[in-house]
Design a protein around this ligand. Structure first.
Ligand SMILES: NC(=O)c1ccc[n+]([C@@H]2O[C@H](COP(=O)([O-])OP(=O)(O)OC[C@H]3O[C@@H](n4cnc5c(N)ncnc54)[C@H](O)[C@@H]3O)[C@@H](O)[C@H]2O)c1
Length: 345
């Protein structure tokens, strides 16, 4: 006999909308609750999904004894810690969009409370649920290309999204964008650990109005001597709103793997709008009865993990390691010098 679960989604904008839709599609979800401060968006979801209760006050979901699981997809990112802490303290299973928190101390506290209350706690590193990325993991785990020597992930997203992200927070491209690729490579290369990071930023566009760089390179040495290099930029011109363009190289002693995740395989050309690349965002989108991109699958995985009591793929401790790494990268970019890891203070 399988127990259904009741899920509350806090913040139902772009990502929270995909999460709420995935929950509505999952037969393991009995009742769906949402909290959203934008009243128009709240109305829109109430009209399109079968929702048990919709509120503008997220605390109502956390205090509701009928809800066992909370998905937190609100912005700005400073909302993540107080919402996650309250939900975990109330004994809810929690799915939290990245970043896990804004300080390491907050991240540690969230992990401690989740362990103490014996609940599932995971972070939204969606790219692990992209089949191309999972293939890199599989190739390395099966030793198909021998010992990895170096890996590169270079990602660019459009300036529309760059403006949206940098407009709401002072977090760097390392913290907000490269975080996905740091998580992805550290996951693929486990149990190796980062021991040194060097990072540089450059900016000529966003820097006219703020301290936000346009691009960040991060080079990391792992404890077996191999290197990983990650580039994160957010000023591409608009190919299609939220277009993302990623290139992956994995070089090993016995082979190599190249992944084209530039999203140019589906090209829509119209007289009115010119060339566009649908289905090219990082989280993906619903397409009729199917779903492009990893976020739908990732949400299903979490629901299944809670309802069937299975482990979550992304451990919160891993998210904390990623946070330590991008904070060290930001320090390196600021000082212009490599930073050794782990940092003791
Ligand atoms: N995994 C991925 O691929 C991916 C992609 C984009 C964004 N993200 C992460 O997901 C999170 C959400 O990003 P987004 O682009 O969906 O943002 P968004 O701005 O589109 O949506 C956030 C929503 O939260 C609502 N909100 C704000 N404060 C609230 C509150 N106190 N209570 C309830 N609702 C509240 C807003 O009204 C908005 O609708 C971010 O933290 C971001 O880092 C992840």
């Amino acid at each position: 006999m399988i127990n259904q679960i009741n899920v509350g989604v806090i913040g139902t904008g772009w990502c929270g909308g995909i999460r709420a839709n995935a929950c509505a599609d999952n037969p393991l979800v009995d009742k769906l609750f949402i909290a959203e401060t934008n009243s128009n968006r709240l109305k829109e979801l109430k009209n399109s999904l079968n929702i048990e209760m919709a509120t503008e006050n997220w605390q109502e979901l956390v205090n509701n004894k009928n809800i066992d699981t909370i998905i937190i997809s609100a912005t700005p990112e400073t909302t993540h810690y107080p919402m996650a802490l309250a939900a975990l303290k109330a004994g809810k299973n929690v799915f939290l969009e990245k970043p896990i928190a804004t300080t390491l101390k907050e991240a540690e506290e969230l992990i401690d409370v989740s362990i103490k209350n014996n609940v599932k706690f995971t972070i939204g590193y969606s790219q692990r649920f992209n089949a191309k990325y999972a293939y890199v993991n599989k190739t390395l785990k099966e030793n198909l290309i021998g010992e990895p020597v170096t890996c590169l992930v270079s990602r660019h997203i459009t300036r529309e999204l760059g403006e949206k992200i940098s407009g709401r927070t002072a977090l760097s491209p390392a913290a907000m964008e490269a975080t996905h690729d740091l998580d992805f490579l550290l996951w693929c290369l486990q149990p190796r650990k980062p021991v040194k990071v060097y990072s540089q930023t450059s900016g000529k566009l966003f820097s006219k109005n703020s301290n936000t760089p346009d691009h960040q390179w991060i080079m990391v040495t792992l404890d077996d001597g191999m290197t990983i290099t990650i580039g994160a930029g957010w000023i591409l011109p608009l190919g299609y709103p939220n277009f993302s363009n990623t290139w992956i190289e994995v070089i090993g002693t016995d082979g190599s793997l190249f992944i084209d995740d530039t999203h140019k395989d589906v090209q829509l050309s119209t007289v009115k709008d010119g060339i566009r690349y649908p289905m090219s965002s990082m989280p993906g989108e619903p397409v009729n009865h199917t779903h492009a991109g990893p976020m739908h699958e990732e949400t299903m995985h979490f629901i299944n993990a809670v309802a069937l009591n299975k482990p979550v793929l992304v451990k919160p401790e891993e998210a904390k390691t990623v946070m330590e790494l991008y904070m060290a990268a930001d320090l390196s970019a600021e000082n212009g010098e490599p930073v050794l890891l782990p940092r003791n203070n």
